[in-house]
Design a protein around this ligand. Structure first.
Ligand code: GLN
Length: 308
């Protein structure tokens, strides 16, 4: 196949760009090797093509958000989840302390306020926090098609500096958007963010969304089709935070970034794409990951609204 050669060439082109910085606010992430670079395509037929660092593990971080939202929608139903988390783009940074003024509902599940809430809605209502984390890790594993585990060091490191997420969770509790101990929910959310994945795993997770909720390799139906549509729509409008509009116009693929340097895109009926490069732009999106997606989109005409 010519795809691995194409990917190798694309990686070579973006490799000299060492602009940006790895996330600094989670000390364990700041010490990650910033030169890692990889890209993977996974088709809905289950073919996987990759180049570069595709089997290096890193933490999933915010890329867990669309998947946890998907699990919440599957486990609790649309009405219960929409009552607590909206679907409007915020145009703000991922960790902005912003809630709808009348309801106290977070604007969408891709920013931290909405993602912390979505985490609290995974599984049946009677789960305790540890059981809920178990359901999240099991669900993320089903998307990836292999058992995943958390990175305890990154998790502990983030919890020590989680004041902002704790502040958000306390606000949510004061509006009764969260019904339980805010610290336990943040602890579970941070655990969710510390799940270890490779670029290959992320491409399979994206391919499961592209394949309407069925993992192309294991054949397991992870979430129902209506949930896939909801999740891809929210990724398209909100997945890149305050860069979502630029991304929608220039790249045009439903996507999600994470502060450890991962980036995924899912093209319905076609492929899942993942890139890994830890240096981030001011929005918290991977610099070389964004360049790679811009290139993939224009080279292969992947923009969902069509080729100009
Ligand atoms: N765990 C991180 C946080 O809550 C995730 C942020 C991200 O990847 N953008 O701050």
């Amino acid at each position: 196949s010519v795809i691995p050669d194409y990917l190798t060439e694309a990686l070579g082109d973006v490799e000299p760009d060492t602009s940006g910085e790895p996330a600094g606010y989670i000390p364990e992430l700041a010490s990650a090797d910033p030169d890692r670079l990889g890209a993977v395509f996974a088709t809905v037929q289950g073919e996987v093509y990759g180049a570069g660092d595709i089997d290096t593990e890193f933490t999933i971080q915010s890329i867990s958000k669309p998947f946890a939202y998907a699990l919440a929608l599957s486990d609790r139903g649309f009405d219960a989840v929409l009552a607590k988390v909206g679907v409007e783009p915020s145009g703000e940074a991922f960790n902005e302390i912003s809630l709808e003024s009348d309801t106290g509902r977070p604007l969408n599940p891709m920013i931290n306020a909405g993602a912390i809430t979505a985490h609290s809605l995974v599984g049946p209502a009677d789960l305790n926090p540890a059981e809920r984390v178990e359901r999240v890790v099991q669900g993320l594993s089903a998307f990836a098609g292999r058992p995943l585990r958390t990175d305890e060091a990154v998790c502990a490191s983030e919890m020590e500096h989680a004041h902002r997420n704790l502040a958000i969770a306390h606000m949510l509790r004061s509006h009764s958007v969260l019904g339980e101990d805010p610290r336990a929910v943040v602890d579970g959310y941070v655990r969710q963010c510390s799940v270890l994945v490779t670029a290959r795993d992320l491409a399979m997770m994206a391919a499961t969304l592209a394949n309407r909720g069925e993992n192309p390799l294991s054949g397991e139906r992870v979430i129902p089709e209506p949930v896939v549509r909801q999740v891809l729509s929210v990724m398209f409008t909100c997945g890149m935070y305050d860069a979502a509009g630029d991304w929608a116009t220039q790249v045009g693929i439903p996507a999600k970034s994470g502060v450890a340097g991962g980036l995924i895109g899912a093209l319905p009926g076609q492929i899942g794409i993942a890139t890994f490069s830890p240096r981030l732009d001011p929005h918290g999106n991977s610099v070389r990951g964004v360049s790679l997606f811009e290139r993939f989109s224009s080279d292969m005409g992947l923009h969902v609204m069509g080729v100009p």
